[in-house]
Design a protein around this ligand. Structure first.
Ligand SMILES: NC(=O)c1ccc[n+]([C@@H]2O[C@H](COP(=O)([O-])OP(=O)(O)OC[C@H]3O[C@@H](n4cnc5c(N)ncnc54)[C@H](OP(=O)(O)O)[C@@H]3O)[C@@H](O)[C@H]2O)c1
Length: 245
């Protein structure tokens, strides 16, 4: 059987690195992309030294020109892409250092339109632009899948408190973009889903989080491998259950 090829954004650390590690251990060829070249290369080398088939590419998902250049470059080296995992993301804490940056994303009185738009560029729009530019390679797969890493904080029905405008809004927009994308692409045999990884111990999730990256990604990969075209447009949790919108 032909080896599967997966591309992961934000693969240098956190859930992105864990996706690369577990996919590679399953025998998948992994294109590990990262904005930070030093960190991405170190992550790729660590997995290569464990004997895995890992290819590093630098990618800032906030720059469409970067995404387009990556897609053109990949066409030279790969016949197809079977799985695109749009994992890269930021929240109010990780979008920039300091309390004032946190507040300009989080609190009504301090809200800064530029901060909100920056977050939407990375969390909401970038996954769709990734699909737009990688579609020619996805089309060449026998069973292509696009996975958008969202959050329970993007669920409108579960939002019962104020604040956190930019992160919650950006993930809610990602959920809607994922639905639109899913219906566009399913006609071409591509299955697109949104996933909630749960509260995970990473730089973003912090040490008090309930899940390890290993357990979250193990559950998410089981979901990803199981879904078929009738599941396009659904929102799944790491444990395989469907998440309310
Ligand atoms: N951890 C949780 O509890 C949790 C819960 C729900 C959803 N999520 C979602 O899960 C995904 C992964 O989160 P995580 O917990 O692994 O976060 P993390 O530890 O903060 O890692 C975030 C990753 O995104 C990358 N990234 C940020 N901006 C980027 C850009 N412009 N271009 C390319 N890469 C960029 C980072 O790269 P650098 O190293 O270059 O900064 C890093 O690899 C995110 O979409 C997040 O919203 C996480």
């Amino acid at each position: 059987m032909k080896t599967k090829i997966a591309l992961v954004t934000g693969g240098g650390r956190g859930l992105g690195y864990e996706f690369c590690k577990q996919l590679a251990a399953q025998g998948t060829t992994v294109i590990l992309t990262a904005r930070n070249e030093e960190r991405g290369l170190a992550a790729a080398q660590a997995l290569q030294s464990a004997g895995h088939d890992i290819h590093f590419r630098r990618l800032d998902v906030g720059e469409e020109a970067d995404i387009a250049a990556l897609a053109a470059d990949l066409k030279k080296d790969f016949d197809n892409i079977d799985l695109l995992i749009n994992n890269a993301g930021i929240n109010a804490k990780s979008s920039g250092a300091g309390e004032s940056n946190f507040l300009r994303n989080f609190k009504l009185g301090d809200l800064d339109p530029e901060a909100v738009l920056d977050m939407m560029r990375i969390n909401s729009l970038a996954p769709i632009l990734m699909a737009k530019h990688l579609l020619p390679l996805l089309r060449k797969s026998r069973n292509p899948k696009v996975v958008n890493v969202s959050s329970w904080l993007g669920s409108i029905s579960e939002k019962t408190n104020g604040g956190n405008y930019s992160y919650c809004g950006s993930k809610a927009a990602l959920n809607m973009f994922s639905r639109a994308l899913a219906f566009d692409l399913v006609r071409e045999g591509v299955t697109t889903i949104a996933v909630n990884p749960g509260w995970v111990k990473t730089d973003m999730g912090g040490s008090r989080a309930k899940l390890t990256a290993e357990d979250s990604v193990k559950g998410l990969l089981a979901v990803i491998h199981k879904v078929k075209t009738p599941d396009a447009g659904k929102f799944f949790q790491w444990d395989g259950t469907e998440h309310p919108w």
